[in-house]
Write a protein that binds this ligand. Structure first.
Ligand SMILES: [Zn+2]
Length: 291
């Protein structure tokens, strides 16, 4: 680890999507990011990831801010993703010009049928359209040629504060989509989040262990686009009684529900910080990134 890493002010972020209300799992994630920054005299950012056009409900962003204030957290808000579409398009164009993207017309169903291997996020795209290199007709997504990209960058590593040094294995996810068919939401999560973290000066990317595999891809994108390389802190996930990731648990109150019911948000944060979770909820302490 170079001294330059340590000299930088720690900047973390919480980056929720306004697709539904925040729940306890989100609160936990926000607290982890907030506290890591505060403990190091750094800054904690809020970024609204609002480019999932189909499901995005912009009015929820105000609820998120109210939730964070109710939890007693302080943050600096940076521009939402919908303000950054030109930057995503420019990065995609650069990769396209370098011959690292190819158009794909496959449907999700076709990929599921053709896929030979399972990756961390489901069937690995078998590269059907890579050999074809057909002329894009508009209704296509653009995939990253991971094999070619890795040949150009050479081996890459990244550092997770809990799991240690990692060798980047973006190949495990296959040729992921970077530019989606949907014109309203042009950039995939991988491209948008990687560019945003660089633009926002994030030095410590904190998020749940479920996104551990995505970091292999993000590390590759950083190398391809000449972006600074942060450190990562993938935190354990809160699980419900069935062992499933706690997200939008059926019937469980959202943070907004709790706030409106008059619950004490700071007391809730205090409990979560001490590892005291509501009945039926546990923290998955396994370090596996394979989930
Ligand atoms: Zn295809």
């Amino acid at each position: 680890m170079s001294a330059a890493y340590e000299a930088r002010v720690t900047v973390t972020r919480f980056a929720p999507s306004p697709n539904g209300p925040l729940h306890l799992g989100h609160a936990y994630s926000a607290i982890v990011a907030h506290d890591l920054a505060r403990a190091r005299g750094g800054r904690f950012l809020l970024r609204i990831e609002d480019i999932d056009g189909v499901r995005s409900r912009p009015e929820l962003a105000d609820e998120f801010r109210a939730d964070l204030a109710w939890l007693g957290l302080e943050w600096t808000e940076v521009p939402a993703q919908s303000m950054r579409l030109a930057a995503y398009a420019a990065a995609a164009e650069r990769l396209r010009a370098e011959g690292l993207l190819y158009p794909c017309r496959c449907t999700r169903v076709a990929i599921a049928h053709a896929a030979i291997t399972q990756g961390p996020d489901g069937p690995v795209y078998p590269g059907t359209c890579k050999a074809a290199r057909f002329a894009p007709d508009g209704d296509v997504s653009w995939r990253l040629d991971v094999g070619e990209a890795l040949r150009r960058t050479g081996p890459l590593t990244w550092f997770d504060e809990r799991a240690g040094e990692q060798v980047a294995r973006p190949d495990l996810s296959g040729d992921v989509v970077l530019v989606r068919k949907d014109a309203e939401t042009p950039a995939s999560y991988h491209l948008a989040a990687t560019l945003d973290d660089a633009a926002d000066g994030v030095t410590l990317v904190t998020r749940g262990l479920d996104l551990f595999p995505a970091t292999h891809i993000h590390r590759l994108l950083q190398a391809l686009l000449g972006l600074p390389v942060p450190r990562w802190h993938h935190h354990p996930l809160l699980l419900d009684e069935t062992g499933s990731k706690l997200a939008k648990r059926r019937g469980s109150p959202s943070l907004a529900d709790r706030r409106r019911a008059g619950e004490d948000g700071r007391a809730l944060v205090d409990s979560l910080r001490r590892g005291r979770f509501p009945a039926g909820i546990t923290l998955d302490e396994s370090l596996s990134g394979d989930s």
